[in-house]
Design a protein around this ligand. Structure first.
Ligand code: SF4
Length: 222
């Protein structure tokens, strides 16, 4: 797909899908990190509940969570899937930020993009998507986090190579779109994937960008 066609698809998605209002506010980077860790393979409602319970029990700061007992973190985020592994990641990240960065993510967030990503990826359990979400949402760094919806929809639309891995997809989207649109690209591909371009049975007949999509109707022929 050409840059012009991709820009047209993005314009249509901007007109047909509303961006959530919270995206206008810059989010606290440590809170973003914790929410994103909790959200992995977990529905939004359960993520919100787990984060609320964690916030009720602890201050969401590196110091408080580094000093918290692991079983108490586990208990607080129990509504999220894989809560034991996530509790461990949260405690390890909080401890690392406290010990290496004096309890603040700011020194990482102000690094150039790739150096900042590498620094975040040093924390056990923090993967590329989590790092990119923190950098995009809390530091306005020019990166496109790739979750399961972004990956699927971008490939179906022909934005990125079919067999591309995480870095291929991120790189292709960043080449195709202007950095000022990276947040919109991330959020709109997720929204479109949830509402229309569903994993099992995409609703191609109702899709507002079907005339531009090389995968249009592929499922009706199966
Ligand atoms: S036409 Fe179908 S496959 Fe293409 S983006 Fe729309 S829903 Fe997805």
């Amino acid at each position: 797909m050409t840059e012009n066609q991709a820009a047209t698809v993005l314009q249509i998605l901007k007109k047909t899908l509303a961006l959530p209002s919270w995206t206008k506010n810059k989010r606290d980077p440590f809170e973003t990190l914790i929410v994103t860790i909790i959200s992995q393979n977990t529905a939004d409602t359960n993520t919100a509940r787990a984060f609320e319970q964690l916030s009720n029990r602890f201050k969401i700061t590196p110091e408080a969570l580094a000093n918290a007992e692991l079983p108490q973190i586990e208990e607080a985020i129990k509504t999220a899937g894989l809560y034991k592994a996530k509790a461990q990641t949260i405690k390890q990240a909080a401890t690392g930020i406290l010990e290496k960065y004096h309890g603040s993510l700011q020194p990482i967030l102000t690094l150039p993009l790739e150096a900042a990503r590498n620094a975040l990826l040093q924390f056990a359990g923090v993967g590329p998507k989590t790092a990119d979400v923190v950098l995009l949402f809390s530091a306005q760094q020019p990166t496109v986090p790739v979750d399961t919806h972004v990956n699927r929809v971008a490939k179906r639309l022909g934005f990125v190579p079919e067999n591309g891995d995480y870095e291929d997809v991120r790189g292709s989207l960043q080449t195709l779109f202007d950095p000022t649109d990276y947040l919109a690209v991330h959020l709109l591909l997720i929204a479109h994937g949830r509402k229309t371009c569903k994993a099992q049975r995409p609703l191609c007949g109702q899709c507002p960008v079907n005339t531009y999509c090389p995968s249009n109707g592929k499922w009706s022929k199966q």
